[in-house]
Write a protein that binds this ligand. Sequence first.
Ligand SMILES: [Zn+2]
Ligand SMILES: [Zn+2]
Length: 245
Amino acid sequence: MIHELSFRIALAALLGLVAAGGNLLGGYFVVYREWPRRYLQYFLALGAGYMLSVAIVEVIPESVHGEGALIYVLVGFFIVHLFEHTIAPHFHFGEETHTEEMQHGHAQSAIFLGLAIHTFFDGVAIASGFLVSTWLGIVIFVAVFLHKLPEGFTVASVVMARSQSKRNAVRAAGLLGAATLAGVLLTSQLQAQLKYALPLSGGVTLYVAATDLLPEVNKEPNWRMALLVFVGVATMLILKLLFNL
Ligand SMILES: [Zn+2]
Ligand SMILES: [Zn+2]
């Protein structure tokens, strides 16, 4: 039993590293490669449907065993709202093309702080999942991974819009990866706090899927993109039918 738990913790650390690599790669693509924007949108659409399903069908129901857990779901949801959209005056997922907005005061550092808190909770979510079961850990990891490239892409394009520094842009994406890994490692250390970590992650996951990813998908005047959201939902449900009835 002890053995099995340490295996899951090691797996969480490994997949946390893969997720962090996704941030870095997303940043690298926006700076150094002519990344086809369309692919990024596909990740967002698939990620939105899949991630929303994981939050509603898996993470939140698994959280409600704890006392007052739904309050923590609510807190997680609004922590991201506070940092991504209240303290940061201008933030949206995807490429930052509004150079004008980026020149205002602390716009760039506010966005970076918001995203760093969000990515820290991506890591908390992965580790919390693995502390419950391998199944929950893996479905949460996939939800996180699907939006890791767009995340790195977003932060790097924010830095590019402000300063045109390629090195700083990639560094910012790498730092988001580091925040993710920090979330994984801290949660693995503080296992007794799982009763807070899991519902908080549920709220964060719900917020990111429903208010960061989905609106970006809905901006596209393209029915294929809208349909891909359902593919994300179906993928989650099929995985559940196959592996976790
Ligand atoms: Zn913008
Ligand atoms: Zn994220």
